[in-house]
Each structure stands twice: as C-alpha cells, then as structure tokens.
Design a protein around this ligand. Structure first.
Ligand code: UD1
Ligand code: UDP
Length: 372
C-alpha cells in the first residue's frame, strides 16, 4: 500500500509551489498524493490548479469577499478537522506562511498526523512584518516533523530555534521547479497592450503589490511612485498585475487610471505572468515568490518593503529593498532605467533558492521516513 500524503493549501503562491510536489508524488511508486484546498483564494487558486492539471480531492471553498484573518482561520480549521479525521493520511504537507498553511498544520497536529513544512525557516525577525506571515511561519515550525528549508540560511534559523538538525533538510525552493517548467511552455499574448508593446519592442516595467502591512498609506505612496515613473518617460509601459483583493485594486485604479502608459491587468494566470516577467526590463513588487523567481530570469526587482525574509536574493544582487517611500522608489527605478552599468550589475542569472529539483528531494525524504 502506498503511503498517503495529504497536501493542504489555499492561495495562489502555495498552489504554484505545491504543484511540483503533487506532480512528483503522483510519479512516486510508494507515495500517493491527496489534495485538499481550503480555497482561501478562489479565482487566483483555480488559475494555478488548471495550469498544472490538479483536481483537488477536497475543496473547502472558504473564501468570502473581504474576509478577515479570523474568518479564514475559523473556516479552514472547521473544514479541515472532519477531513483529517476521516482521511487519516500518513503525513500532511503544508507550504509557506499563509493562514491556510498554519491552520492546516495545526489541524494535522490536533489529529496527531505528522506535518511536513515546505519552505521552512524563513524569518525577518519582526513578528509584525510581514503581517501575519512571520507568525504563521513560526507557529507552523512548532507543529512540524519535517522542515524542508529552501536554503542553508533558512535551515540556520531553524537550528537557532533548537529544531533538531535531523528534522531539517535543505531542499531548495519548489518555486524554482515550477518556474523552470512553466518558462518552457509556449504562450502568445492575445491582442492588447502587452502584445502591442512587445511588437514595437518598448520597455516594460511590471508591478505587483498586495501585502497587508502596506494597505493604506504605504500602498498610496507606492502607486504614486509608479505613476511618477510612468510619467517620467514616454517610451516606458507600466503593467500592474493587480491582486483580486478590492482594497488593493481600488487604490491602483484611483491613482493609475488617468495615466496613459500605465495598464492595469488584474491577476494574471501564472503562464502569462512568467512570460511578462521575462519580457520586462524591471519589476517592482512586494511579493515573496517573485523575489525567488527573478534570479532565475535575471530580472532586477525593487522590493517595496522595509524588511525581507529572503536575504539570499539581495546577496545575489538581483533584488534591492527600497521600502515604500515615493521619492526613494522613483530614484532607484530611475537609476536602473538610465544607468546601464547599474542595471547590468543587478540583471544576474543565478538562483540561490534552488536548482529545480526541490520536489524530488522532498519526496525522497518522505518516502524514506514513512518507510514507503
Ligand atoms: C493571502 C495571504 C498572503 C499571501 C497572499 C498571496 C494570509 C493572511 N495572507 O493574502 O500571505 O502572500 O495571499 O496572494 O494568509 N480575493 C478574491 N479572489 C481571489 C483571492 C482573493 O476575490 O482569488 C479577495 C477576496 O475579497 C478576499 C481578499 O481578496 O477576501 C483577501 O484574500 P486573503 O487570502 O484573505 O488575503 P491576501 O491579501 O490575498
Ligand atoms: N503571480 C501570478 N500572477 C500575477 C502575479 C503573481 O501568477 O498576476 C505569481 C508569481 O509569479 C509568484 C506568485 O504568483 O509565483 C506570487 O504570488 P503573490 O505575490 O500573490 O504572493 P506572495 O509570493 O507574496 O506570497
């Protein structure tokens, strides 16, 4: 009998990063994946499931518009408890730092099912930033039997917190597995602004921003900077892939809709998003995943945050922390757009987060420890 591994996830980035693990588990002769989605996200999750051909075995469908952290926590915990009880998998895998991640780990722990944490050990050292993810990560660590750390730095954080070294494995980040697979897929942009700019060889800047700790004033400062950058040069086209959350999308619309060379695209499917990253000159983002992907593409990222749990990308030189101050963002972007040497120094292809085989390593460790 194959050992049954229940993967629980709920949001877009978790789905992207779990997809390679689902694929490798499917291929493994002694392991069997069972997929449960909380659906903390709906459309943004479904876009990823469709791309990777994943049909969840269980869908808790918990998302409600404008959900609070309490809504997500309670609905996921209530939905998962009977599922854990009924399915009794040999292991539960969770990924990253969302509320779905922490709640699924907690639920598995309550049911005495061992937990594997994919992307373990990321830390900023500040429990308010990112909010609430830094706490979700730390709480997930406390429940886990397997800590799949993407890098040696992440593993070192776990050792420093007295996690037994034989429970920590440096596997690389599965996002690199996903990116390398999707990067090779063919795609043509439909008629529209992206196709037009590509056809005329114009320079593109890609922007995403969604972090809770930036809602309000910081988000306004960020998109004011994006407006100023767009207006600074007519040959530039700025594409904003908005998050589905209306709190973010409404602010983007208010500030950027009057700007002719700024285009508001809505959440893009992962395949076109990867192609847009590849086609862009520069990326401005507060996303965690994008900081991990950009080094594989050699695209400079200005990170719209004050702290990061991904210092490896800064050390690799591809990523720079610029915060949310309007002047600072405009100055840093302008420098990269006008100073060829400064740009070339950042546009390096070398990914400290992985080599595209993280999911294989995770499956091998699970198979060994489950006696599969
Ligand atoms: C969540 C995660 C965050 C992760 C981000 C990735 C938590 C607390 N936050 O933040 O760590 O970086 O996902 O994007 O776990 N919405 C839709 N459709 C969707 C998705 C969202 O309409 O497909 C809207 C809904 O109104 C929803 C709101 O966005 O209530 C917020 O979603 P939520 O998952 O609570 O927070 P995110 O900001 O997406
Ligand atoms: N992404 C996407 N479409 C978009 C924006 C981002 O597919 O319109 C991908 C991106 O390449 C990365 C992931 O989604 O793999 C990041 O998700 P998000 O920024 O929502 O979350 P975070 O990484 O900050 O947790």
């Amino acid at each position: 009998m194959p050992k049954r591994v229940l993967l629980v996830f709920g949001t877009r980035p978790e789905a992207i990063k779990m997809a390679p693990v689902v694929q490798r588990l499917r291929e493994h002769p002694a392991l069997e994946p069972v997929v449960a989605v909380t659906a903390q996200h709906r459309e943004m999750l479904d876009q990823v499931l469709a791309l990777f051909g994943i049909e969840p075995d269980f869908d808790l469908d918990i998302m409600v518009p404008g959900q609070t952290l309490t809504d997500v926590t309670l609905r996921a915990l209530e939905g998962l408890s009977p599922l854990m009880e009924r399915e009794r998998p040999d292991a539960v895998l969770v990924q990253g730092d969302t509320t779905s991640t922490f709640v699924a780990a907690l639920s598995a722990f309550y049911h005495r099912i061992p937990v594997g944490h994919v992307e373990a050990g990321l830390r900023t050292g500040d429990i308010t930033r990112p909010f609430p993810e830094e706490v979700n990560r730390r709480l997930t660590t406390q429940t886990a039997r397997w800590h799949f750390a993407p890098t040696a730095t992440a593993a070192a954080h776990l050792y420093a917190e007295n996690i037994a070294p034989d429970r920590v494995s440096v596997t690389g980040n599965t996002v690199v597995d996903a990116l390398l697979e999707v990067r090779e897929m063919p795609y043509e942009f439909p008629p529209g602004p992206v196709a037009d700019v590509l056809a005329r060889g114009g320079r593109m800047i890609l922007v995403t921003a969604h972090r809770r700790e930036s809602w309000g004033e910081p988000m306004t400062r960020v998109f004011t900077a994006v407006r100023d950058i767009a207006q600074s040069a007519e040959d530039l086209s700025v594409f904003v892939a908005t998050h589905a959350n209306p709190i973010v999308a409404d602010e983007v619309e208010r500030i950027l809709s009057p700007v002719d060379n700024a285009y508001i695209l809505g959440p893009l499917e992962y395949l076109p998003f990867v192609k847009l990253m590849q086609a862009s000159t520069l990326i401005l983002s507060d996303s965690g995943g994008i900081q991990e992907e950009a080094p594989s593409l050699g695209k400079p990222v200005l990170v719209l945050r004050d702290v990061t749990e991904r210092p490896e990308a800064i050390e690799a030189g591809v990523v720079k922390l610029v915060g949310t101050d309007t002047q600072r963002i405009v100055a840093e972007a302008t420098r990269l757009l006008t100073d060829r040497a400064a740009y070339d120094e950042m546009a390096q292809v070398a990914n400290p987060f992985g080599d595209g085989h993280a999911a294989d390593r995770i499956c091998d460790i699970l198979a060994r420890d489950l006696g599969a």
